[in-house]
Design a protein around this ligand. Sequence first.
Ligand SMILES: Nc1nc2c(ncn2[C@@H]2O[C@H](COP(=O)(O)OP(=O)(O)OP(=O)(O)O)[C@@H](O)[C@H]2O)c(=O)[nH]1
Ligand SMILES: [Mg+2]
Length: 193
Amino acid sequence: MMGAVLAGGRAKRFGGDKLLFRINGKSLLLYTLERLEQARRIDEIILVASKENAEKMEGFGYDVVVDELMVGPMGGIYTALSLGDAFLVAGDMPLLVPEFVDFIIERFEEAKKSACVPRWSNGYLEPLHAAYSGSFRDFLEKRIKSGNYAINQAIRESDACYIEIEKLPEDWRESFFNVNTRGDLRRLTRAST
Ligand SMILES: Nc1nc2c(ncn2[C@@H]2O[C@H](COP(=O)(O)OP(=O)(O)OP(=O)(O)O)[C@@H](O)[C@H]2O)c(=O)[nH]1
Ligand SMILES: [Mg+2]
């Protein structure tokens, strides 16, 4: 399955070029890409960039698609799915667990639903660490046209299948860790990546 990495955000909370920020000499995005590469069920990776950073993103050596919408994650997902089914992940998730990625893709392929999304017992979803079908794109199109960019609501109103997070190995949860502020980097410098 294709792995699509969202990499077109403006990183307002972080300030500056979050994905290119180097931690121990390696960019944040490269941490994420290296983990994604290790997933056996990922056979191709694309980066979903913005017009502004597409050139820089090409430097990573993967195909880059430009998100023309720039309305947040939903637009990035919509853009990625123009190339077919995808496991979608945010570029700022450096502790991605490859086995967990494979697990989600397997569930997605068995379930034959429009999406397969991890869910916490309180109902909170992890839409930027989930598998989506190309047909989910048509479902998003109407919402985007009417200016409704709420991805969680879109998933809930679709026929998505859910993966109950608390039933899985506890150490898989670090896969959801994402860097929003400079303070979040402390966790990464401590982790053995
Ligand atoms: N292609 C694309 N990627 C996006 C978009 N919005 C966010 N992203 C990416 O999605 C990931 C998670 O988003 P956020 O944590 O909100 O990052 P961000 O939007 O850059 O940061 P903030 O401005 O602080 O919200 C990051 O890797 C972003 O680069 C978008 O509109 N289009
Ligand atoms: Mg954002």
